[in-house]
Design a protein around this ligand. Structure first.
Ligand SMILES: Nc1ncnc2c1ncn2[C@@H]1O[C@H](COP(=O)(O)OP(=O)(O)OP(=O)(O)O)[C@@H](O)[C@H]1O
Ligand code: SF4
Ligand SMILES: [Mg+2]
Length: 342
């Protein structure tokens, strides 16, 4: 398998008047060609900032440390003018709120063709033809008429389709979709996910799908990375994450998925407590304050991500959820070592 994106020990820090925020705390992973990777975790777990750092889009008070390579080229620390050649062309990102991704005072046609003229050096007529093809691909009805419309004249679902079409214009090798359906109602959410699944087959792009909802990744993703406190708690195939969760946090997320009872979506369980304060992360395991299985070692030693079976890994000291005693072989990083290297 060839990696489109290789991330190694990536960290994101924000400087604030109250101290440093440790939003991402050393994550490593690959996104391979044509693969769909789901990034799942509660609000504030670092999902968006991880990919904002890859795209060079961190806020001014943020900095990325570590490495993120697109086809072998280092993105961390790359000058903006070089990043701009890759962003939107080789790597495209779509966001939750379609209004922020579109320019309100420009017609859809203009916004779409400008990208092609800029990145691909296309003439106007060829650019319009390609824009129409993309609108048809994302199933926009009356595509030609839409080109003359402004973003506010379209529904939220339609705007989200247009954002996806724009992201695909230059045939990116990697599409990062950050909560692409969260702002939409349930029916439109299902339509957009259905569309993404079609696009996965039609385009060759690798897809990263960021979501707080495990249900969203089920039908679309090949592998899942569960994030908490800026770290990966568990990584594996969709089947492994859903049917053989090995980390207490993943098990908690699965238990808190809404169930359909008598036609209504009901949430029967919520993980007790709150995500950790990223300015004062607990010593050792970030999940310790909410974990039913917490024991002495969890408070003392940071568990490292290690294979449960090939391709399925967890960052937890337990032998297994079924046998919740500390695994003497589980590798850990003594907190003192971590503090020294941070
Ligand atoms: N510019 C900033 N300055 C300080 N802290 C920031 C800044 N931007 C983000 N953060 C913090 O970084 C942490 C991770 O944020 P991130 O946006 O990655 O969360 P997320 O997992 O995407 O959550 P959500 O599901 O709500 O989108 C949060 O605690 C957030 O408050
Ligand atoms: S390391 Fe300990 S606290 Fe952390 S998830 Fe595992 S059992 Fe729970
Ligand atoms: Mg986010």
């Amino acid at each position: 398998m060839t990696a489109v994106l290789e991330v190694r020990d990536l960290k994101v820090r924000f400087a604030t008047p109250d101290g440093e925020v440790s939003a991402v705390n050393g994550v490593s992973f690959d996104v391979n060609e044509s693969e769909c990777v789901g990034i799942v975790g509660e609000s504030g777990s670092g999902k968006s900032q991880l990919f904002m750092s890859v795209m060079g889009l961190l806020a001014k008070n943020g900095r990325a440390l570590g490495s993120a390579k697109y086809r072998g080229t280092e993105l961390v620390g790359m000058p903006v003018k070089d990043l701009n050649k890759i962003r939107g062309d080789k790597i495209a990102m779509i966001f939750q709120d379609s209004m922020t991704g579109l320019t309100p005072h420009l017609r859809i046609g203009k916004q779409m063709t400008e990208v092609l003229v800029q990145h691909k050096g296309m003439g106007e007529a060829a650019a319009v033809k390609r824009a129409l093809e993309m609108l048809n691909l994302v199933r926009i009805p009356e595509a030609a008429r839409r080109l003359a419309q402004y973003p506010h004249e379209l529904s939220g679902g339609m705007r989200q389709r247009i954002m996806i079409a724009m992201a695909l214009l230059c045939e990116p090798e990697l599409l990062i979709a950050d909560e692409p359906t969260t702002a939409l109602d349930v029916t439109v959410q299902a339509q957009i996910l259905d569309l993404m699944s079609d696009l996965k087959r039609v385009t060759k792009a690798a897809i990263v799908l960021i979501t707080h909802d495990l249900g969203t990744v089920a039908g679309l993703c090949d592998k899942v990375q569960v994030m908490y406190g800026g770290r990966f708690m568990e990584t594996g195939s969709v089947q492994e994450i859903f049917y053989q969760p090995a980390h207490p946090y993943t098990a908690g997320l699965l238990a808190s998925m809404p169930r359909l009872t008598e036609g209504r979506r009901e949430k029967l369980y919520a993980i007790p407590g709150q995500p950790p304060n990223l300015q004062r992360l607990p010593k050792a395991c970030p999940f310790q304050e909410r974990c039913d299985y917490v024991h002495e070692r969890c408070v003392d030693e940071l568990p490292l991500l290690r294979d449960v079976t090939p391709g399925h890994a967890k960052a937890c000291h337990l032998l297994s959820l079924a046998n919740p005693v500390s695994d003497p072989k589980a590798p850990s990083l003594k907190v003192a070592d971590e503090a020294r290297s941070a």
